[in-house]
Design a protein around this ligand. Structure first.
Ligand code: SAM
Length: 318
């Protein structure tokens, strides 16, 4: 059916993200020793503005994520929604920033692929086994559970199923919880993404939600971005929520979150540690500064908090 084709196109976007991240890390924009196990070859060259855009995305999200984990002194859990082939769990383990438990959710077919990579690549499986108390991991075709890492196949548009599966794998609603969605909510309708955000606010009393996605999709450049995805049958059902920083924040403030902030990626880029920004700007010559600016103005990070435990989560920022 049409909707199966659309879902398949959405699932394929996890490869795009990983291929671009793999290329940028091959050029030393940042380090990721694990991404090679999810995409074997470096692939064709990407334009410097694309690499800088991914740099801003990864550093921006990591900045908030790490700040949350530090604030909670690792006494927290992380849920990466639409995680794709993301490698954050392995980075956190290496940096001694591992939460009590790290959950990932994606479509069952994406999860089955990721489990296959984990099972067959010792550098990926070793950290799971090292942090696990028994010799065997709980494993089936669409989920894998260890003490500190759990990956679950589920459709985020079916909230009761999502909730049930997370609880089955010892999700703890009492623990401070970081939810992350990186280029995920935009593939759902505004009401479906609001349901996800609302479920999170209802489930956790102390939490932070980080959402990275498209912004300013109503202008000419935004229209071109939409058309490019449509050409590959990929529908951005959620662009309505991506019209402005205000609409990004509203999605959270309307669904039970206490505090929300949002920045476009041009601003985030200018607030990242400038020494490292200087380093990456010397990696590749960029002719068209305006193109980078335009690109960064069409993505945003929005983050929201609720803080019954008074940890000071609303202070987390750039
Ligand atoms: N977050 C990862 C990253 O930034 O590298 C992957 C981003 S990729 C653009 C979008 C991911 O969201 C895909 O892996 C896709 O399968 C997942 N996704 C989109 N809609 C979903 C849904 N309804 N249920 C589960 N996963 C979904």
């Amino acid at each position: 059916t049409d909707s199966d084709t659309a879902d398949e196109a959405v699932r394929a976007t996890c490869d795009d993200a990983t291929i671009c991240k793999r290329f940028a890390t091959s050029k030393s924009y940042w380090k990721d020793p694990y991404i090679q196990y999810f995409v074997r070859s470096v692939g064709e060259r990407k334009a410097p503005e694309i690499n800088r855009g991914y740099y801003a995305r990864v550093q921006g999200v990591n900045h908030l994520l790490d700040a949350f984990i530090r604030k909670t002194e690792c006494d927290c859990q992380v849920i990466n929604l639409g995680a794709g082939l993301d490698t954050t769990f392995w980075r956190l383990k290496d940096e001694n920033l591992m939460p009590r438990k790290f959950f990932e959710v994606d479509f069952p077919t994406v999860v089955a692929r990721k489990i296959h990579y984990i099972k067959t690549k010792p550098p990926l499986s070793k950290p799971l086994l090292e942090t696990h108390s028994t010799d065997s991991l709980l494993l089936d075709a669409h989920s894998l559970d260890s003490d500190r890492y759990c990956i679950i196949g589920a459709d985020l548009r079916d909230i009761s199923n999502l909730d049930e599966k997370l609880k089955k794998f010892q999700l703890n609603p009492e623990l401070p919880t970081l939810l992350l969605s990186e280029c995920v909510l935009v593939y759902m309708t505004p009401s479906q993404s609001s349901n996800v955000v609302h479920w999170a606010a209802e489930t956790f009393h102390t939490a932070m939600f980080i959402n990275y996605e498209q912004l300013n999709m109503n202008d000419r450049f935004g229209q071109v971005m939409i058309e490019n995805l449509q050409r590959r049958q990929c529908i951005l059902a959620g662009v309505e929520a991506c019209q402005s920083l205000e609409s990004q924040k509203e999605r959270f403030l309307k669904t039970g979150w206490e505090h929300a902030d949002a920045l476009d990626m041009m601003t985030v880029y200018s607030m990242l540690p400038q020494e490292d920004v200087g380093r990456i700007e010397r990696l590749e010559f960029l002719d068209e500064k305006e193109l980078l600016q335009q690109l960064l103005q069409h993505y945003s990070i929005c983050w929201a908090t609720k803080d019954k435990l008074n940890l000071g989560l609303s202070q987390l920022a750039f």
